[in-house]
Design a protein around this ligand. Structure first.
Ligand code: NAI
Ligand code: MG
Length: 350
């Protein structure tokens, strides 16, 4: 049985790294039908719609999606981020981001980092519930709003559901248990954001009880940001809400080299989308000079999700070998090679 995969390069270097992914996929003899689609800034310029109808159809017709990166610009009326819309429409509530220091990468902060962050992907401050309240509405909203009376106010809502907390914690513990991981750290700020992170912590504890063999830790997000610098090797699996996970994952990416190494999977119960964590890096667009590793590791995650474990393992081994040898490397690693040359080297080592 073959697979149908929606290929969505997006904007900027999304196209560069998608080409790199195809060089590697050509060497993997699976029966794959690629469905091409477009989304992002160029679609906004053309249609004032970042995800056109044909793109939704292409996404829906496929088993999963391989995504490059998109450009999002602030301050544009009516603009909705393509990736946020796709995550919400397909209910891709798990954002899984592994951070591993591969030997040979000169940018590694330490050589012994191997953590996997589970970020809730559908709620929190990214729910899109934002508004400018009128002075009267402001006071009706909450007695504590009294302090902001007469000021020019914008409100963004941190919407957190018990179900959302439960399912992301379940995903993290399930992964830890199935992959022989030792510890799951729940990251929160429940001492200040008492209600929303209160239910996150309650659900974290309930799920933890079902996995007595797994050690747990609960830490404040600001402390984790500090401990990532001081003692990153302590962390194994982490689970947190949307925005904390977004911020911590860029920090973690830097610990293992750069954003050029940060792969990610957006996973729901029936559908998934795989993408490098970096954005469209417009200044490098079309130059084929950025590091393809994050994209290639995202392809590895896609193969895992499809159940092609052996090819996933072989791809990761090939990437690790190329990084260790350091013969072919992009500018960010101090090399002179381009995106596609590095992908070809990985393909050769498969
Ligand atoms: P960015 O990740 O695009 O780039 C920041 C810097 O990181 C680049 O200038 C480059 O120096 C480095 N970098 C990124 N990817 C790299 C790679 N593969 N190899 C080597 N170096 C790499 O973030 P930025 O500049 O904040 O955002 C640019 C655009 O991307 C914005 O429009 C933003 O909204 C969008 N974005 C999209 C995301 C997505 O598609 N999921 C995620 C993050 C940002
Ligand atoms: Mg981010």
């Amino acid at each position: 049985m073959g697979y149908r995969i929606c290929r969505l390069p997006g904007d900027g270097i999304g196209h560069d790294v998608m080409k790199a992914a195809m060089i590697v996929m050509e060497k993997i003899p699976l029966d794959i039908q690629w469905v091409d689609a477009e989304a992002g800034w160029r679609m906004w310029e053309k249609y004032q719609n970042t995800v056109p109808d044909e793109t939704w159809k292409a996404l829906e017709s496929a088993d999963c999606c391989l995504f490059g990166a998109i450009t999002s610009k602030p301050g544009i009326k009516g603009f909705l981020s393509a990736i946020l819309q796709i995550r919400q429409k397909f209910d891709l509530y798990i954002n899984m981001r592994p951070f591993k220091s591969y030997p040979g990468v000169s940018l590694n902060y330490r050589d012994d980092i191997d953590m996997v962050l589970f970020r809730e992907n559908s709620e929190d401050l990214y729910s899109g519930v934002e508004f400018y309240p009128t002075p009267e509405a402001l006071i009706d909203m909450h007695p504590r709003m009294e302090r902001f009376k007469g000021k020019d106010v914008a409100v963004s809502c941190r919407v957190i559901t018990r179900e959302g907390c439960r399912r992301i914690c379940e995903a993290a513990f399930r992964f830890a248990s199935e992959n022989g991981r030792k510890r799951v750290t729940g990251v929160h700020k429940a001492n200040v954001i008492r209600l929303t992170d209160g239910i996150f912590l309650e659900e974290f504890r309930k799920v933890a009880e079902k996995y007595p063999q797994i050690e747990t830790a609960e830490e404040n997000v600001d402390a984790v940001a500090m401990w990532f610098i001081k003692k990153p090797e302590f962390y194994d699996v982490l689970v947190t809400t949307n925005m904390f996970g977004d911020i911590l994952s860029d920090e973690a990416a830097q610990l293992v080299g750069s954003l050029g190494f940060a792969a990610s999977a957006n996973i729901g119960d029936k559908y998934a989308l795989f993408e490098p964590s970096h954005g469209s890096a417009p200044k490098y667009a079309g130059q084929f000079k950025v590091n393809p590793t994050a994209m290639l590791l995202s392809v590895k995650m896609m193969l895992d999700w499809l159940g092609e474990k052996e090819w996933a393992a072989r791809l990761e081994a090939a990437i690790a070998k190329v990084l260790l040898e350091g013969k072919v490397k992009t500018y960010d690693l101090g090399g002179v090679n381009g995106t596609l040359e590095m992908a070809e080297e990985v393909a050769k080592n498969l």
